[in-house]
Write a protein that binds this ligand. Structure first.
Ligand code: NDP
Length: 453
């Protein structure tokens, strides 16, 4: 059959067997539709049923997590680990703690992770996990008890050569610490099973900064290719968590000014540029909201979500040269993309996973805005996790400069590979196609080489 029919048949299969998983379907649609030219040239992928096998996780673990809150009440949550693909190495991907977490979201994240990890050039497979637990407003003791309860089950399914989780939304250094402590207690093993660890006990320098720095390194390659730079550019970064903060830090180092940030309650416009030290103190130390930033920073304005225009996400109405969606999936709609274009935005680089809807993505690609898709642009986090695994395995620690140089080199390499692949298949400047084809090919070839497992 034609590649187009093969793709449509596979998407129909997903619709049938995963009918209540629209986010996973969205992600699979983007990947599969853009690899059609490769499938046309290589019939062996269809002959070996690669697509049907690839869209099915190798293993999905769903478990109950019970912890005691500060009032002495038992609280129950769903815990998950989606071990999607191990053809390139141990499953690797973060853990997300957020009330919206469900199997659909984790399957999308784990599927996306397969191709992202492939692009890094490291030997890591794709996985993702988490729980529908909201860390916001919980005490430290509640977070610790939750992490311990979560790990009491997850520890049975992970290991440094089988599955190596890391952080994601709601899981930062504190949560990784509590989970690692529990893992060690349960298994009696001190090994590199989790990444994102603290520096003093096995973590890597630059891991905290890696996703944000990596996104800016990647975007900078696009600008350089077009004889431009970040110097003097006005930027908007959505979110105000780990990825957003270190995107802002690198943008500032490159001479850009970030004028807006957000969280799920609203956004801040700061015409003088975000004060990064204040933001870090508010988010990383005091664990407050962006509204608190506006209260403490002279000249900054807070716009609450209740005032957003219907159907648009307020932060994208702020005029900018470059936009870095760094909060969550589907946070940038078609209307937002049109708004950004109308206001003169020239580059969109995705720090978050799948932050643009399919309609927004199509508009951005057609509009000529430079577009750095997530699986390439935000691969710096997992790449540095890979570097953390290498340091753990060799019982060594590299300096900040050494890790940063390696990260920078990996991001440049991902850019070169995605842009060259895009050109090779006739999609000049379409890095979505370039990243999907390059990421897919390596995984698909390995699946054929390893037989039907
Ligand atoms: P954090 O938990 O540190 O921060 C998430 C930020 O996004 C918070 O400011 C949060 O606001 C905001 N946010 C979350 N959900 C929504 C929503 N529905 N609407 C608006 N804002 C929202 O997570 P990270 O910074 O680690 O992750 C951000 C994104 O980057 C995610 O898509 C993640 O998958 C992706 N990513 C992260 C990597 C990493 O190394 N950490 C690696 C690669 C990708 P609030 O506090 O109100 O919830």
């Amino acid at each position: 059959m034609s590649a187009k029919s093969y793709v449509n048949e596979t998407l129909d299969l997903i619709k049938r067997v995963s009918s209540r998983q629209p986010i996973f379907l969205q992600c699979a649609t983007e990947v599969l539709k853009s690899i059609t030219p490769l499938l046309d040239l290589n019939k062996q992928y269809e002959e070996h049923a690669v697509l049907q096998r690839m869209v099915m996780p190798e293993r999905t673990i769903i478990f109950r997590v019970v912890y005691i809150d500060d009032k002495g009440h038992a609280q129950t949550h769903f815990g998950y680990r989606v071990q999607f693909s191990s053809v390139l190495g141990p499953y690797k991907g973060g853990l997300r703690f957020h009330p919206s977490v469900n199997l659909d979201i984790l399957k999308f994240l784990a599927f996306e992770q397969i191709f992202k990890n492939s692009l890094t050039g490291l030997h890591i497979g794709g996985g993702k996990g988490g729980a529908n637990f909201d860390p916001k407003g919980k005490s430290d003791a509640e977070i610790m008890r939750f992490c311990q309860a979560f790990m009491s089950e997850l520890s049975k399914h992970i290991g440094y050569s089988t599955d190596v989780p890391a952080g994601d939304i709601g899981v930062g250094a504190r949560e990784i610490g509590y989970m690692f402590g529990a893992y060690k207690k349960i298994t009696s093993k001190f090994d590199g099973t989790l990444t994102g660890k603290a520096i003093n006990w096995g973590g890597s320098l630059v891991r905290k900064e890696a996703t944000g720095y990596g996104a800016v390194y990647f975007a900078n390659e696009i600008l350089k290719d077009n004889k431009d730079s970040f110097e003097g550019k006005t930027c908007v970064v959505s979110g105000s968590g780990n990825v957003a903060i270190y995107t802002i830090e690198k943008l500032h180092q490159y001479g850009a000014k970030v004028v807006a940030i957000s969280d799920s309650d609203g956004y801040v416009y700061d015409k003088d540029g975000i004060d990064l030290e204040l933001l870090k103190d508010i988010k990383e130390v005091r664990r407050l909201r962006v509204s608190d930033y506006a209260n403490e920073k002279k000249g900054a304005v807070y716009i609450s979500k209740v005032n957003y225009e219907k159907g648009t996400n307020g932060v994208w109405s702020v005029p900018c040269d470059c936009a870095f969606p760094s909060a969550t999936q589907n946070e940038l709609s078609l209307e937002d993309a049109k708004n950004l274009h109308k206001n003169g935005c020239k580059l969109i680089a995705e720090g978050a996973n799948m932050p643009c809807t399919l309609e927004a993505q199509k508009f951005i690609l057609d509009s000529g805005i430079f577009y750095a898709p997530a699986k390439a642009a935000n691969a710096g986090g997992v790449a540095t996790s890979g570097l953390e695994m290498q340091q753990n395995a060799n019982m060594t620690s590299w300096t900040f400069e050494e890790v940063d140089q390696k990260l920078h080199a990996i991001m440049k390499d991902i850019y070169t590979r995605t842009s060259e692949t895009a050109k090779e298949f006739g999609f000049e400047n379409n890095l979505v196609a370039g990243a999907n084809i390059a990421g897919f090919k390596k995984v698909a070839d390995a699946m054929i080489e390893q037989g039907y497992i």
